[in-house]
Design a binder for this molecule. Structure first.
Ligand code: NAP
Length: 257
């Protein structure tokens, strides 16, 4: 029996990277999927790639009128939601000493504020027993230089998930976080120079016990687990999918001796 048969799912940032991989898995497991993002070209091709009659709804998730349109369309097309993967986000540098306020606030707005309002907007459509999955990041705990806004916004997502879970438990709605490590997606090219991406690739065998990037699909499989009934007693939790980076420095070459 497919894990999401008869379910309706929304994936924000479903036209790229982790969101796209999750949307594909959801559809393969029988869900009807709506994806959203701003880029009309990738949105159309992603919807085709997701299959299962995926619905592509363009919009900026930080803009209230776009969110209203998103949920109006889902109401019209699906009538309800069983899974929300509030995943849209972006990376960016905010070094202490040279960051202007707008840069900082833009990151907080997409990575934190819009996640709150995505869940709030979905609430009237959510069936009892639904599952909400949020995307965190290991950046929230590793102290990566120049990442104050990104790290802080992802730590806020982790904290907010606990609050959501508390508020929604009475309706048996589960809220959990998937926390990716270094994952090979377009996010890197969007936010770093090719030289910076190459430097990160070169560093990974030194800092990740499993010694490599994650693929988007490896994160998406944890998302699917939290989205479906396989995780029916997991509430307010976090699954870290990082190849051991945050949990076991002893597994890196520096410590293996
Ligand atoms: N890749 C990693 O190493 C990594 C590690 C930890 C956490 N994460 C998190 O994983 C999530 C997905 O990132 P990814 O790696 O899959 O990156 P990605 O391939 O760049 O995907 C980001 C997605 O978010 C959407 N998005 C960004 N801003 C948006 C906006 N204002 N309105 C609507 N959609 C917006 C993008 O679509 P449009 O551009 O079309 O709007 C895109 O679909 C993010 O929350 C990211 O912080 C990634």
């Amino acid at each position: 029996m497919p894990k999401l048969a008869g379910k309706f799912a929304l994936v924000t940032g479903g036209n790229s990277g982790i969101g796209l991989a999750a949307a594909q898995l959801f559809a393969a497991e029988g869900a009807q999927v709506a994806i959203t993002g701003r880029d009309l070209n990738t949105l159309a091709s992603a919807a085709e790639g997701v299959g299962g009659g995926a619905v592509a709804i363009p919009g900026d998730i930080t803009a209230a009128p776009d969110r209203d349109r998103l949920f109006d369309t889902i109401k019209e097309r699906f009538g309800a939601l069983d899974v929300v993967f509030a995943n849209a986000g972006m990376s960016g540098m905010t070094p202490l000493g040279s960051t202007v306020e707008k840069q900082f606030e833009d990151l907080v707005r997409i990575n934190f504020t819009s996640v709150f309002f995505t869940v709030q907007g979905a609430l009237p459509l959510l069936r009892d027993g639904a599952s909400i999955v949020l995307t965190g990041s290991i950046t929230s705990v590793i102290g990566a230089p120049s990442n104050a806004a990104y790290a802080g916004s992802k730590a806020a997502v982790r904290a907010m998930a606990r609050v959501f879970a508390a508020e929604l438990s009475a309706r048996k709605i589960r809220v959990n976080v998937v926390t990716p490590g270094f994952t090979r997606t377009p996010l890197w090219e969007r936010s770093r120079t090719p030289q910076q991406v190459a430097a990160t690739s070169a560093r990974l065998p030194q800092v990740v016990p499993l010694g490599r990037w994650s693929e988007a699909d490896e994160i998406a499989r944890a998302v699917l687990f939290l989205a479906c009934d396989d995780s029916s007693y997991i509430q307010g939790a976090e699954i870290v999918v990082d190849g051991g980076l945050t949990g076991l420095p002893g597994g890196t070459p520096a410590f293996r001796g």
